[in-house]
Design a protein around this ligand. Sequence first.
Ligand code: SAH
Length: 382
Amino acid sequence: MSESLEDLLRRRLELGPITVADYMRLALGHPTLGYYRTRDPLGGVPDSAAGAVPSALPAVAGAVAGGDFVTAPECSQMFGELLGLWSAHVWGLLGQPDPIGFVELGPGRGTLMADALRAVRLVAPGFHAALRVHLVETSPVLRTRQAKALEGEAVEWHERLTDLPPGPFILLANEFLDALPIHQLVKREGQWRERQVGLTEAGDFGFQIGKTASPLARLLTPEVAQAPETSIAEVSPTIRGTVAAISRRLAHYGGAALLIDYGYAEAAAGDSLQAVRRHQYHPVLQDPGEADLTAHVDFSAVGAAARMSGVDVHGPIEQGAFLTRLGILERAQRLVRDADAAKAHDLVEGMHRLIAPDRMGSLFKVIGLGPVGLSALPGFVS
Ligand code: SAH
């Protein structure tokens, strides 16, 4: 039988512990066995599902169909539609560059992009004619789903951000950053040391702590650095590097970006590493490659990386407030008018999931990146 990811990791850990970041990188991104390489992890919401829960939180049993987690575009068509209209509006603010890249990072099933294109084709045909769709996706399984969702559209796929062609672009990324590797540091004897994954005496996977101070400690804010003994703090050079790369391209070619994820607006100590499988939390070191593994995004670090790379930062603000400002209530009313009772129920339930503070409305944050001096991006001003 071929080697499982768990066997492969065990062989690696026999040589010595690895960082949490390397563990995430392998569990999610191993070229043949990684979680995102081998499956479609997204669940759907069945018609008239009541009480289903936000992405990455345990589900009420039976409320969601299949997969491991549900994302905003899979909850409601209005999510992609409103982001499409946001993009069309921003295209106008940028002076209607033609052509313009319309980029999505980690497009999942392609639902967000399909909903966005449907909306702009109707409402902003000029933008629709000018845009060129570019999807950055590593998963062959999800690329196939995306091709199906976007049948009839001209789409180019790329393995990584740096493969995008030159030129201005508008970029969307929903629940992309949370899948990128983070390092965890633990305060021990007054030093911030790397939290590692190694083998316990019994031969199981377990957390360990490095013996010396980590050079990554310099990335902690002064407030977080002062956290008490045994605290855990998270830093992600990969997220900072990704945001910096997006921002440098934006500063060079022009354009704007919208990054949406669950996370916190202000840096804080804490352990947010979590695994989710079939809509339930899962022990983080169990079944590597079979469960989704994510961390909450530190939006203060995202904003700082973007600012340092030459763009203006808008937000972060909560998803509920952002979608409300973009007009989700009015859009829902319009759609409900033409819907039968079951569809109307789904529309209202979907909207509720996206904006209610106890669902996805508060935990999820939105941050906008735009050219220096452009006073406002839609959704960030009241
Ligand atoms: N945005 C989608 C899917 C979120 S799941 C939605 O909201 O439904 C994360 C997505 O990012 C998946 O499409 C996954 O395959 C992709 N992904 C994860 N790591 C990636 C990486 N390093 N490069 C490109 N895509 C990645």
